[in-house]
Design a protein around this ligand. Structure first.
Ligand code: SAM
Length: 270
């Protein structure tokens, strides 16, 4: 890793550790995030087979890891931030079936530290947007996947219609932040780190010819991004209408490549 990567890792670890004590409350209280997470889980459940094993990258407090473990899938939950790892260890200690989840502190830049192979590699809600060199992260997946294994990545693309609308209000900084060549500066709990925005086509190319494309959908195309969390209570009928509209177009190009996030699933060829 380059020295700059170590700085980025130290800063993301500090930012997300600081956020970890109230991460789950922020998530549960935000109706847009709740809807988005349900979309991601439904997509995963469509692709998983009974008994499948999952390697979750940047698992955070393990909201999805424990959800899938309770559905009967064996999960290895990994993250970089010590606060997130502690939160997962606490949840595991209270679980009725703790053998379904293993927790390992590991950066997705050091996947050589993971042993074993998995049926599905999963990364949710933009953790991989903290990676400056996404191609080198993806190049590690093949070794970690069983024959015919799948990958589902939920990442933030450059083109987010709601954010571009902010230009009309004169907020050019936020409107165009996703198009910056060297990533945008983000901050959580006063700690700054860089976020890099990748298009689904760039990610598909990074997988190369040994993988086939399964599906891609935009998430948060007509539905506003999660930081507009009061939108659903202020405009409940409009919010429901926007969800219906999004569900009609989210798999169709060009909408499938835009939004606050996209959900891309790939499969390693047998
Ligand atoms: C927005 S949170 C998403 C957490 C979780 N996937 C979820 O959906 O709730 C991003 C996560 O990425 C993790 N992360 C950032 N850089 C990482 C790295 N290099 N390796 C592993 N995890 C990382 C952070 O610690 C944080 O937990």
């Amino acid at each position: 890793m380059k020295p700059a990567d170590h700085i980025q890792e130290a800063q993301t670890a500090e930012a997300f550790s600081k956020q970890s004590p109230f991460f789950d409350d922020l998530d549960a209280q935000n109706p847009i995030l709740v809807w988005m997470r349900t979309c991601v889980r439904n997509q995963m459940l469509e692709l998983l087979h009974p008994g499948d094993s999952i390697l979750e990258l940047n698992a955070g407090t393990g909201l999805d890891s424990f959800f899938f473990a309770e559905k009967g899938f064996q999960v290895l939950a990994t993250d970089l931030a010590p606060g997130m790892i502690e939160a997962m260890e606490r949840k595991k200690a209270q679980m009725a079936s703790p053998w379904m989840v293993k927790v390992q502190a590991c950066s997705f830049n050091n996947l050589e530290n993971i042993s074993g192979s998995f049926d599905h590699i999963f990364s949710n809600f933009g953790g991989l947007n903290c990676a400056e060199d996404i191609s080198s992260v993806i190049s590690q997946f093949s070794r970690l996947l069983n024959k015919g294994g799948k990958v589902t990545l939920v990442m933030m693309p450059p083109f987010c219609p709601w954010e571009l609308l902010l230009a009309l209000k004169g907020n050019f900084k936020t409107a165009f932040r996703r198009f910056q060549k060297h990533g945008a500066l983000s901050h959580i709990e006063g700690v700054h780190f860089r976020t890099y925005y990748y298009s689904p086509s760039y990610i598909r190319k990074a997988f190369g010819p040994k993988y086939q494309h399964l599906s891609c959908r935009g998430l948060g195309i007509t539905v506003p991004p999660p930081y507009l969390e009061t939108f659903p209570s202020r405009y409940p009928r409009l919010f429901r209408g926007l969800i219906r509209m999004e569900e009609k177009v989210c798999h169709t190009p060009p909408f499938s490549s835009m939004g606050d996030h996209f959900i891309l699933s790939m499969q390693k060829k047998a």
